[in-house]
Write a protein that binds this ligand. Structure first.
Ligand code: KIV
Ligand code: ZN
Length: 433
């Protein structure tokens, strides 16, 4: 049909990303307190921002975008609180967002006065739809907005020499921007900032709206990296949204394609369908043997703080940490898990059917893996009796008890616990005789 056009192809180039593998964790940046916050029905209070900040620091995020201080008094005050109350650990850098407009940039620098180190993140939108339908400006005028923004950032930074500044530029709507033009705009920004490999700037490439498949975004990122003069003087960052459900895939492929840094939020809160979920990508890498260098050992705390601060529930099937992720309801799955767990040695690579990782790595207890309900067969029931009571039922007893257990589960709403199964066993084989 003709209502929607497919994404424009990336110009021909020698693509290498399909042959690459990710071998180390990217630099992570959280945008929970900015992108995540701006998408909430009720923005976070100062207390909630403080709570989220503490969690992000505890998890090990080293770059944290804390808000949009020129647009929100609360964000301005929060920035001041972090700086004046000395809340930012030595190894953590705060980041703030601002549009390429002088009075907003001026106010942003006021908010950051006295910061030890800060990322000043300036952006303007570059896609064709934004140029033609929103701003009514041609390519040159949009490039000049970026250049002007870069100049203001540079000249205001010079007024605050006590702070170590890192400059970040985002061609907002990058994934809908002609990639050669995105290279040109970023190059013009870099010409002003004059970064070096020792003192690089950050170029952040967003799928502001995810309009294409993840492989297309990876092509855009690799093309951008290959064609950017002075590539070694820029940290290439990606900032993916989840409109097509591909935010984590886009970021993961972008790492193959040469990105160094990834922006996202815990559990994926953010505009519309959300930002890329940092937990998902970190765990994707972890499951490939890469240390994500984030402490995700207490997912319940992450869930608790995020739900308190965003007022958004987490789906029970959320990748890696949802409540139902390490459960198996079907009998054949339960049986396969039980058999593979028995054979799993402590020091050998994890190889358990239906469990992509060891739930204990996330502080989860794999004792909760097997649940018995009306859909599960003898495998789950036998597992629970063995695990909790040390009873190994012979096969003939399993066959006889399974229908009794299934009949009992039909009468209840949830699943049967091991005590109930034990009582059914006793009732059936002992009391009955
Ligand atoms: O999604 C986006 O493009 C943004 C930018 C401001 C980086 O949030
Ligand atoms: Zn965003």
């Amino acid at each position: 049909h003709k209502k929607y056009a497919p994404v424009e192809p990336v110009p021909t180039f020698t693509r290498t990303w399909p042959d690459q593998v990710v071998t180390e964790a990217p630099l992570w940046a959280s945008v929970d307190l900015r992108d995540g916050n701006q998408a909430l029905l009720e923005p976070m209070t100062v207390e909630q921002k403080k709570q989220m900040w503490a969690l992000l620091v505890k998890i090990g995020l080293k770059e944290i975008e804390i808000g949009f201080p020129s647009a929100s008094q609360l964000d301005f005050d929060f920035t001041r609180w972090l700086i004046e109350e000395d809340q930012v650990p030595e190894d953590v850098t705060i980041q703030v967002l601002v549009q390429a407009r002088e009075h907003l940039i001026e106010r942003t620098f006021e908010a950051l006065k006295g910061a030890r180190r800060a990322v000043l993140h300036v952006y303007n939108s570059t896609s064709r739809v934004q140029r033609e339908r929103v701003f009514d400006l041609d390519r040159e005028s949009i490039a000049q907005i970026a250049e002007q923004g870069a100049r203001w950032v540079q000249s205001y930074a010079a007024r605050y020499p006590e702070t170590e500044w890192v400059f970040q530029y985002s061609p907002e709507s990058f994934s809908s921007t002609e990639v050669d033009y995105a290279v040109e705009v970023c190059q013009r920004v870099m010409d002003i900032w004059q970064p070096t490999p020792e003192n690089p700037c950050i170029l952040n490439l967003p799928t502001t709206v995810e309009v294409g498949p993840p492989n297309h975004f990876a092509d855009q990122v690799e093309y951008f990296c290959q064609h950017l003069p002075n590539r070694e003087s820029a940290i290439i960052s990606v900032h993916t949204h989840n409109d097509r459900g591909g935010a984590a895939a886009s970021a993961e492929l972008a790492l193959l394609a040469g990105a160094d840094r990834v922006e996202g939020t815990l559990l994926g809160n953010g505009e519309r369908t959300g930002n890329m979920d940092l937990v998902t990508l970190a765990m994707n890498l972890y499951s490939q043997g890469i240390d994500p260098k984030l402490d995700l050992s207490n997912p319940d705390e992450i869930i608790q703080v995020c739900t308190e601060c965003t007022q958004l529930p987490i789906h029970p099937r959320h990748p890696w940490i949802g409540e139902l992720v390490y459960t198996a309801f079907s009998g054949s799955h339960q049986d396969a898990i039980r058999k593979s767990l028995r054979r799993q040695g402590d020091d050998e690579p994890w190889q358990v059917a239906y469990l992509p990782i060891d739930p204990r790595d996330l502080g989860r207890d794999y004792q909760a893996v097997i649940r018995v309900n009306s859909q599960s067969g003898k495998g789950g029931m036998s597992f629970l009796l063995e695990r909790d009571f040390g009873i190994q039922l012979p096969r003939w007893m399993q066959l006889e008890l399974a229908p009794v257990v299934q009949a009992a589960s039909e009468g209840i709403a949830g699943e049967l616990d091991s005590q109930s199964i034990y009582e059914l066993l006793v009732g059936h084989f002992i009391r009955a005789n």
